[in-house]
Ligand binder design. Structure first.
Ligand code: ADP
Ligand code: MG
Length: 393
């Protein structure tokens, strides 16, 4: 433990008097935008509520008496210090969802909450895990299956409670490749699904009414008619929750579909799975939503992405035939073999490389290196809202 971390922990103990009475800070294990996470041990006499949920078998007095020499270890916990700069609503939301989700072995349960003035600490069991970057290159296929199984088990439970995680990525799924066990953490961006049950079974995006959806279908046939795009469009842009992390956002999030469902987590889980199979992390990396759509499009193909756009009430217009040429067209075998044949880069590619390397790779014969720069003004790729089309008609 570095001196800097020791000082930081000492400072926390000083300004949080109840903390040291119950927990002994051991190390800092994570630091994000909204929180810092510490490893700690409960001090003697501290009853860690719900500790039987993750310690099995529970320690009974009788069994302890039989083995007097075996010293009982104080339970290890993770203390998540939620920054005071987070809004009270945000803190409440995270703690409330954690509380609702306690009781499943694939989701880290909330054991306790400590509050002192404006500071809040969430207490979770400590889970031994490995950094994704240490195993994604050589975890065997059997291991990938187990990883995905554990992840999807966790998601199934979260979704059964009507909760969308919204920020699924390797750092929020603590996996121990030696034990083959994983738990979901970090519900800081999670939210309850706000959908009426009836629209969930429908295949179309719930942000479209039935009429709009079929109208959109008819109109999307005219996607390539450029004149249909109004020149100086004054209407405000579409707004939707885009919370999450670059590279893991589902197309409907990027299309700014308003009623997003638990399926956005399944997309992120799929990206993690593809990343493991391709031995490439991060797989997608663009911070810009339109660039992010192009990254997805290159792998999954133009047709699928246009269908997807249509489903979410958008039109996706590609004026550059280049993108058609460079796409793997949804042929994942082709995509994977491309990735696996570029191992010399040590698996980890620089930002945007999935797009740019692909373009370079496939356009060499023409001798022209053209990047699919997706600038709305340059009109290489345009995302149009169905309303825009509707206005034209
Ligand atoms: P943030 O909202 O800051 O991303 P997280 O809840 O994702 O916070 O935690 C950040 C990091 O702390 C995780 O990626 C993980 O490495 C570590 N961590 C969080 N919870 C635990 C836990 N229960 N056990 C062990 N490590 C944890
Ligand atoms: Mg996190």
């Amino acid at each position: 433990v570095s001196l800097e971390v020791l000082e930081e922990m000492h400072k926390l103990e000083l300004c949080f008097p109840v903390l040291a009475e119950r927990y002994r800070l051991i190390d800092k294990i994570g630091e994000g935008t909204f929180s810092t996470v510490y490893k700690a041990a409960a001090v003697d006499g501290t009853v860690v509520l719900g500790s039987q949920m993750w310690k099995s078998p529970p320690l009974h007095r009788s069994s302890a008496a039989k083995k007097p020499k075996a010293k009982k270890k104080n339970p290890l916990v993770a203390l998540k210090q939620i920054y005071v700069t987070s809004s009270p609503n945000r803190i409440h939301n995270e703690l409330n969802l954690l509380y609702m989700l306690s009781g499943n072995s694939h989701v880290a349960p909330l054991l306790d909450i400590l509050r002192y003035q404006d500071q809040v600490l969430a207490i979770l069991p400590y889970y031994q895990h490995s950094d994704f970057r240490d195993f994604y290159r050589d975890i065997p296929v059997k291991g990938i299956k187990k990883y995905m199984w554990e992840l999807l088990q966790g998601l199934e439970f979260v979704h059964s409670k009507g909760i969308i995680h919204r920020d699924l990525k390797p750092t929020n799924f603590l996996y121990d490749p030696f034990k083959g066990k994983g738990v979901l953490v970090d519900f800081g961006l999670a939210e309850k699904v706000s959908l009426p049950l009836s629209s969930r079974s429908s295949n179309a995006c719930p942000c479209l009414s039935k009429e709009r959806s079929s109208a959109n279908k008819a109109q999307s046939k005219r996607l390539n008619i450029k004149a249909a795009y109004p020149k100086a469009d004054q209407r405000p842009p579409r707004r939707a929750n885009r919370a999450g992390t670059r590279g893991f956002r589902a197309p409907e999030v990027l299309f700014k579909c308003t009623n997003q469902t638990t399926k956005i987590d399944i997309w992120s889980a799929g990206i993690i799975g593809l990343s493991l199979l391709a031995r490439k992390f991060p797989l997608f990396n663009s911070p810009d939503d339109i660039d992010a759509l192009v990254e997805i499009l290159i792998v999954f193909g133009v047709d699928k992405m246009q269908k997807c756009a249509e489903l979410h009430g958008c039109g996706l217009e590609l004026s550059a035939p280049l993108i058609q040429k460079t796409t793997f067209n949804g042929n994942l075998v082709k995509f994977l073999s491309y990735c696996l044949n570029h191992e010399e880069r040590n698996g980890c590619l620089p930002p945007d490389s999935v797009i740019y390397d692909t373009v370079k790779f496939l356009d060499e014969d023409s001798g022209k290196l053209v990047k699919p720069i997706v600038d709305e003004n340059e009109a290489d790729v345009k995302i149009r809202e169905s309303q825009r089309l509707e206005m034209e008609n």
